[in-house]
Ligand binder design. Structure first.
Ligand code: FAD
Length: 294
């Protein structure tokens, strides 16, 4: 089912994100992840796209998305970036996605490399979204959004103005950057609604299960760490098992609160960790069943 239809039929949609293996790892690593996730009650799975990777690596995104659909019967979203591709290459990718029956795309700009000028079909994701819809209006397009403001934007108001351009270009739903403080998300959701953006927004949640993940994640996306979460991290910093349990519980608590506050979707960044994805999915399954049965 087209992801937009899913959001029409369900009050709260539950999804996961996986990524293709890094250069040195075998493709089997993600196949094993997907095999481990089989049977879980998941509405869709999205597959990231390595903007800086080689053509071979980038083609894995579509391959994995196709496998998710054919082998596991779950709707996939294939990520796609402006960075790293020419318009001609984007056209080829879209042709391929259409041929293999992958109709959902997360249209992204991609991160700009620290040095050099990347090949870049478009400057912003709204142009890519419009390009995809023009190529074939049957594609369903998702966009990214940032409750704590995208790093390149002068402020959140400007970022939301730009977000509106993405939705006007044909984006039917949004997925947020990960966050640890639900209040920041609720405030963002209010501002976005006031700006006239009414498409469903899925909240991006990353369960933190290792100390090293905290620094890496914060450096990567600048998510604020609320005091309650900071206390858990510092309390269990030297006890990996306890930190793993505390991180999983924190993510489950976040999701419990989000579902109770009418969040239209929750998207879990699994980091290809089957145990984490299983734990969080099973611990929150009844919440989604509860809101979707009414
Ligand atoms: P844009 O929407 O283009 O926004 C980028 C900046 O430009 C913002 O500051 C915005 O305010 C501004 N802007 C937007 N439109 C305009 C406009 N028309 N005129 C002027 N300014 C504008 N990266 C990958 O490489 N691969 C992935 O698979 C991937 N998956 C992601 C999934 C999610 C859910 C999220 C939140 C991010 C993901 N990223 C991925 C990271 C993403 O590529 C970066 O955050 C990137 O820096 C911005 O992408 P964007 O699509 O949000 O860009």
């Amino acid at each position: 089912m087209n992801i937009a239809e899913l959001f029409k039929h369900k009050k709260a949609v539950y999804s996961l994100e996986v990524f293709p293996p890094k250069k040195a790892d075998s493709i089997d690593t993600v196949y094993n992840t997907l095999y481990g996730l089989r049977g879980l009650p998941v509405d869709y799975i999205s597959v990231t796209y390595g903007a800086g990777g080689s053509e071979v690596q980038r083609s894995k995104t579509a391959e994995i998305a196709s496998l998710i659909k054919k082998e596991y019967g779950i709707e996939p979203i294939s990520h796609l970036t402006c960075v790293g591709s020419t318009k001609e290459e984007l056209r080829e990718t879209l042709e391929n996605l259409r041929n293999i029956g992958v109709w959902n795309i997360l249209a992204l700009r991609g991160d700009l490399p620290a040095e050099g000028t990347p090949v870049m079909a478009f400057s912003h994701a709204n142009e890519l979204a419009a390009f995809i819809k023009e190529f074939d209006p049957a594609f369903n397009v998702t966009g990214a959004c940032y409750p704590e403001c995208h790093v390149d934007a002068a402020n959140l108001d400007e970022d939301i103005e730009n977000l509106k351009k993405k939705v006007d270009a044909g984006v039917s739903q949004l997925t947020t950057q990960l966050f640890f403080d639900n209040e920041i998300f609720y405030s963002f959701r209010d501002k976005v609604e006031k700006a006239g953006i009414t498409v469903p927004i899925s909240a991006g949640i990353m369960p933190i299960t290792k100390k090293s993940q905290v620094e890496r994640t914060v450096a990567m996306c600048g998510a604020s760490i609320p005091p309650k979460f900071a206390r858990l991290i510092s309390k269990y910093a030297d006890s990996p098992e306890a930190l793993n349990q505390a991180g999983l519980s924190y993510a489950v608590d976040q999701i419990t609160d989000l579902v109770a506050n009418d969040t239209r979707g929750v998207h879990v960044y699994t980091m290809n960790n089957v145990d984490t994805a299983k734990y969080v999915t099973q611990a929150t399954e009844s919440l989604f069943k509860g809101v979707n049965k009414v």
